[in-house]
Design a protein around this ligand. Structure first.
Ligand SMILES: [Fe+2]
Length: 252
């Protein structure tokens, strides 16, 4: 099973000037064109959150317009810049999914023999880090226990391991330790993918392997006063075959 991961597109409304020297709309368009040419074609695209910078119906409509040429289904993880109600309205969940919580919520789906778990780490629209509440962790534990036949990949916007940049690590998933404790109780969780930090990193936390994906818009660096780096934008292509998972990073 092959899927693609796009992250932190940070789309702005039509007519707004590009922010911080990088054109979010042009860059997402470039990612879509590059993705459309990849063979074998991914069966699914997962967006890891912050689909827009400032939520508005026009910003989400612009995201939809730019990605409409993708022929594969898209799944959307909510990020801290997203408005969950607007996100769910503009980019509906797959029709066979029953979300927990509202709106948008968190859910699991199976595609190509792989279970994909979409978590929501921005339940209150906070600005100082992510959090997965106890109810969601309990649902995750039960979901993983109930389905052991397929390998599982987990998606959550906020990062679960320190990336070595102080200001970004201050806004990580605050209860990543609790999430990892749940995942370590189940032996077919192949990987956790996060966005938020706008850069590709990897780690092992306990027995779980965690990744962060690059942004299609712009990269974030260590200088809090001027963090934007107009380089290294891209996306990931992930292949899962039984319990083997491999990642290819694609530049745009
Ligand atoms: Fe974010």
């Amino acid at each position: 099973m092959r899927f693609a991961i796009l992250s932190d597109a940070h789309i702005i409304s039509p007519g707004a000037a590009p922010q911080n020297g990088a054109d979010a709309r042009a860059n997402l368009g470039a990612a879509v064109r590059t993705l459309a040419g990849i063979r074998p074609a991914p069966q699914l695209v997962v967006h890891l959150g912050d689909q827009v910078s400032m939520p508005s119906p026009t910003a989400y409509a612009e995201f939809t317009r730019i990605t409409r040429d993708l022929t594969m289904p898209q799944v959307h993880v909510p990020g801290n810049h997203d408005d969950r109600a607007m996100l769910a309205q503009a980019l509906p969940l797959p029709s066979d999914v029953e979300p927990q919580g509202a709106p948008g919520g968190y859910y699991a789906l199976v595609r190509g023999g792989v279970q994909l778990v979409i978590l929501n780490s921005s339940p209150g629209g906070e600005v100082s880090g992510g959090w997965i509440d106890a109810e969601q962790l309990d649902w995750l534990d039960r979901t993983l226990a109930a389905r052991t036949r397929e390998p599982t990949v987990v998606f959550v916007h906020h990062h679960c391991h320190p990336v070595g940049i102080e200001w970004l690590d201050a806004v990580a998933l605050n209860n990543a330790t609790e999430l990892m404790a749940v995942l370590q109780r189940h032996d077919r969780v192949l990987r956790v993918f996060s966005g938020h930090v706008h850069r590709r990193t990897s780690a092992t936390v306990g027995g779980a392997s965690t990744e962060t994906a690059p942004s299609t818009w712009i990269t974030l660096g260590p200088d809090r006063a001027d963090p934007y780096v107009n380089a290294h934008q891209g996306f990931l292509v992930v292949d899962v075959n039984a319990d083997r998972l491999s990642i290819t990073e694609v530049s745009i």
